[in-house]
Design a protein around this ligand. Structure first.
Ligand SMILES: [Zn+2]
Length: 368
């Protein structure tokens, strides 16, 4: 028995090379290649199965940079397993590795313009501005220009929760803001290169299919070791029923006010579905849980301070990977914990079985 190959890496280059090697080694890979997002930073892709198939399953990783280490590991794990990779007659899988390669390379969740790409997919008729009043209330807390050694972040969060409630606070923080370019959850002021690439290059590859199932892989939210899936956009009753039949208990409600939900603008999958044809496009976000929301925001906030306001030697991405604040990001988005990593890969196989079930499910009667 051979030892299973390493799936988790500490650099974007190593993860990219592993994806390329896994795709090259698979006998069923058709077209593959790389798209430059920035000079030297690529989004890599590969097709398995018949690229002209009527039904296509898409796996994307790394929209949130550093979260791509887990998504990429799961992609390589599945590409390394022949049995898991028989999508069946009339089906194909499109693998998209590291949608935000610069963010992944720099251990950030955002891209090279400090943009949270999952807030950047606004429809053409919506301006890159929002009602940021709720964000403004917590902006000072989220984006300090000085970080104290004894940081009273949790105390201030507790006060905000007491005053406004957790759902309101979560919406204010995570909905996406368009007024503070150096702040966290900044949605940008134009469509970024990754956004345009997916809209203008990748989406046309999928034109005319009978069904597309797109699974976007993330990490962070949810209890450590858990995996949670959310249906994105505004699924029809039939789509909701199909997703529940395939994903069962793994599926959580996204709606604001639910345990894990919040309002969000500029999300990738809802906008891709709308541009494609939402009736033929089923979109799921999958999160490999590591920590609670507040712990995640704490790590993002400190790393964002380091990037924009830290000591000159650490600013602008110059901090070494072993800087404590970069390590804190890693701990909540890509923990170096073998048990968690093994669990994520096992969940990956489970997700794939469920995704194929969803891809090949007949269109059921609409459940009232
Ligand atoms: Zn994410």
């Amino acid at each position: 028995m051979t030892a299973s190959p390493q799936r988790f890496f500490e650099t974007w280059e190593a993860a990219r090379d592993a994806f390329r090697a896994a795709a090259a080694a698979h006998p069923n890979v058709g077209a593959s290649g790389a798209i430059d997002i920035l000079p030297g930073y690529t989004l890599d892709y590969a097709w398995t199965g018949d690229a002209d198939a009527a039904r296509v399953l898409v796996y994307s990783s790394g929209l949130h940079g550093i979260e791509g280490f887990v998504g990429g590991a799961v992609q390589c794990e599945l590409l390394g397993d022949d049995d898991a990779l028989r999508p069946g007659e009339g089906c194909a899988v499109l693998w998209l590795h590291s949608l935000n390669p610069w963010g992944m390379a720099h251990g950030r969740r955002v891209n090279e313009s400090n943009v949270d790409l999952n807030r950047n997919f606004l429809p053409e008729n919506q301006a890159f501005e929002a009602d940021d009043a709720a964000y403004a209330r917590v902006a000072g807390l989220l984006n300090p220009t000085r970080l104290r050694r004894l940081d009273p972040f949790y105390l201030h969060v507790a006060l905000q929760v007491a005053r406004h409630g957790l759902p309101t606070l979560r919406n204010g923080i995570a909905r996406g803001q368009y007024s503070q370019p150096n702040g966290i959850f900044f949605g940008g002021d134009r469509h970024e290169t990754t956004t345009r690439t997916l809209m203008d290059t990748v989406l046309p590859w999928l034109a005319g299919r009978e069904r597309v199932v797109w699974i976007d892989l993330h990490s962070g939210r949810g209890a450590r070791g858990d995996v949670v899936a959310f249906v994105d956009g505004a699924p029809t009753a039939a789509q909701g029923a199909r997703a529940h039949a395939a994903f069962g208990d793994m599926l959580h409600a996204w709606e604001p006010g639910s345990e894990l939900g919040y309002e969000m603008r500029g999300g990738m999958l809802p906008e891709l579905a709308r541009r494609y044809d939402a009736d033929r496009f089923e979109a799921l976000t999958v999160e490999f849980g590591t920590a609670g929301d507040i712990a995640i925001v704490k790590a993002m906030r400190a790393e964002n301070w380091l990037f924009h306001h830290g000591p000159a030697a650490s600013r602008g991405g110059r901090a070494p990977a072993d800087h404590p604040l970069r390590q804190a990001m890693r701990a909540v988005f890509n923990p170096a914990d073998p048990a968690w990593q093994r669990g994520a890969l096992a969940h990956g196989h489970d997700i794939h079985r469920r995704a194929l079930r969803l891809l090949t499910a007949p269109a059921p009667a609409v459940v009232a």
